[in-house]
Ligand binder design. Sequence first.
Ligand code: PEP
Length: 247
Amino acid sequence: MPKKLAAGNWKMNGLREALAEVKALNDACPTHDCDVLICPPATLMRSMAKVCDDMQIDVGGQDCHENTSGAHTGDISAPMLADTGATYVILGHSERRATYGETDRQIRAKTTAAWNANLTAIVCIGETLEERDAANTLDIVGAQLATSVPDNATAATLVVAYEPVWAIGTGKTPTLSEIEEVHTFIRNRLTDRFGAEGAEMRILYGGSMNPKNAADIAAVPNVDGGLVGGASLKASDFIHIVQALNA
Ligand code: PEP
């Protein structure tokens, strides 16, 4: 069984005072069997990495450019993320796909860039409500997975996050059997393509995960953790999700 991962995506939230939340999280749960990751805004990464230096909490980015350097105003490269102390990066989040038109091919290039900088890539995939209603969920997720993930993925370098777009930040979640259906589908695609490595790759669920539903979602077969937005901002909420994944 892959080691579970509780990953917090702070999105564009958090000033320096928010570092207190990481300290509070660590105080409440200094040791845990699951991995714990916070992906703060880029402005907080270095200071958070320093705070987390002697904690069992990893720090990650929320995006990276596919190039290592150059004339890309406002962008951040994978080596820059690694230079702050980051060890993970979220790629292909649906908010970036929707707002910046990121394509599966770009996400694949970014994933390779992340690996070249020794970062573990969390590649996000998921269907819109229209796609689910049209019974296209598995086709969409399968196609995103096939194109976004490069061929040389390993369990150490790739985490897949299944995030139904309609569940992100809405308070709505799929049923447990709908989550199981998609996660089992993703697992089968990963093992078909990557063999034994695919069996060990972590598949996170993301979309309105919260302290109340975390334990039920964590118990679904092939759910190896959560990618959590809103409920990761406050230690008092996120701790319950960490504990659910730790059980
Ligand atoms: C996310 O943004 O990846 C996410 C899952 O957000 P939320 O938990 O707020 O739905």
